[in-house]
Write a new protein. Sequence first.
Length: 194
Amino acid sequence: HIEKLRQRLCDLSWFMRCLNEHIARRANEEDHCKGRFWEARFRSQAILDEAGLLACMAYVDLNPLRAKIVDTPEASADVSLSARLSTEDDTKPALLPFVTQFKDSPKGIPFALADYLALVDWTGRAQREDKRGFITTETPAILERLGLDADSFLIALGQHQLSRGSVIGHKQAQSAYAKAHHRRHVVGPPIKAA
């Protein structure tokens, strides 16, 4: 009998099973339910197309705003919108772009970043009874908040422009990047400030 207990104590899966059972019993007691631990606690939905994916992305990017943690979607550092707008950390893998170089490519969403920003901004302005936060009517449009000229932003994000050069961003950001990487200049479409 002692040998059997000794074997169990050395078995990580046995320990995890016992731990999971204990946690499941406590959680079921708190939630006043019976059954398996994960049963009916989490539900998943199939994302069927680009529209569904965009809706899910906007929902996640707006979560901090809806919870009234931030005043604008781009102010949260923990969502993909920040990663798409950030040019600071080029050591992390980049997110897939919205518009790809080739129209018929299965990678990327056939949607421009400027369109996504407008979608998030528009959706964030909708007031919902079940959510506390929203973008107020006094808050300027997202491109204006980011200090971007809409026309140059759209030109810079054009399919042909993105394939040219090694960087994209404001002229000042490009100069800072070149200096930080000990280069005289960098090639890439500049985005003009508004």
